[in-house]
Design a protein around this ligand. Structure first.
Ligand code: MD3
Ligand code: FE
Length: 213
């Protein structure tokens, strides 16, 4: 009960055979995370992407790291350059990478090497419908997600869309690591409700770390 590893271990909650909820795991790193988030927003724009079906997504997105997830009429994919500027995505900040690697290890994924970090920004009324993350090369790597700002209801479905999803409330500083048999489960978030967070204001930010390439 005296060292950090045990402390975070004791707060770890299994939510599926391959998934762990780490409540508050990001809180000790929060100051550095928010400074780096600010810096990132000065380097690359949040934008609303369009699905292959022509629907504009309600979340605003940007990427950092070697690869970035994009969608447009041509499909879902990872790119090395920001299609808006033709420039490489900004580097993944060390504070982001180190936290993701530490969280993955706490969940039992020892050598997570994220090469992509998708940053989703939700304003009041934004949501993300149930979907699977299938654009990555190797499903043996987990996905690590870090919730910042306003809380939201997360939907954790099954391996087919029709499986009724479980609900989980995610708060500022929570991390969830999704891997193994849960890696391809359907998931999404309900509409963001109005509120005011002392550090992030009227929004929720989610960082999702992936090994995409
Ligand atoms: C479970 N984002 O960006 S994060 C996404 O809150 C995405 O912004 C949501 O779904 C958000 O693709 C949920 C949690 C998450 C991310 C990826 C998963 C859960 C996952 C992949 C497999 C299973
Ligand atoms: Fe997803």
């Amino acid at each position: 009960m005296t060292d950090d590893l045990f402390a975070s271990d004791s707060a770890r909650q299994r939510i599926g055979d391959g998934s762990c909820w780490l409540p508050g795991f990001a809180l000790p790193s929060m100051d550095a995370l928010l400074v780096d988030l600010e810096r990132l927003q000065a380097q690359v724009n949040f934008r609303q992407m369009v699905t292959p079906g022509g629907h504009r997504m309600s979340a605003w997105m940007l990427n950092c790291g070697a690869l970035g997830w994009v969608t447009d009429r041509a499909g879902y994919r990872y790119t090395r350059e920001d299609p808006e500027t033709g420039l490489p995505w900004p580097a993944m900040p060390d504070s982001f990478r180190m936290l993701a690697v530490k969280a993955a290890a706490a969940a039992g994924f020892e050598d997570f090497e994220p090469d992509a970090c998708l940053v989703n920004q939700y304003e009041v009324g934004a949501r993300m419908a149930l979907h699977q993350d299938k654009n990555e090369q190797d499903y043996s790597a987990p996905i690590v997600s870090v919730s910042l700002g306003l809380p939201i209801t997360f939907l954790f479905g099954g391996l087919v869309r029709s499986d009724r999803p479980a609900k989980l409330q995610l708060y500022h500083g929570d991390i969830v690591v999704w891997g193994g048999p849960d890696r391809l489960r359907y998931h999404g978030v309900l509409t963001l409700k109005a509120g005011e967070h002392p550090e992030l204001g009227t929004r929720r930010i989610n960082l999702t770390f992936r090994k995409a390439g």
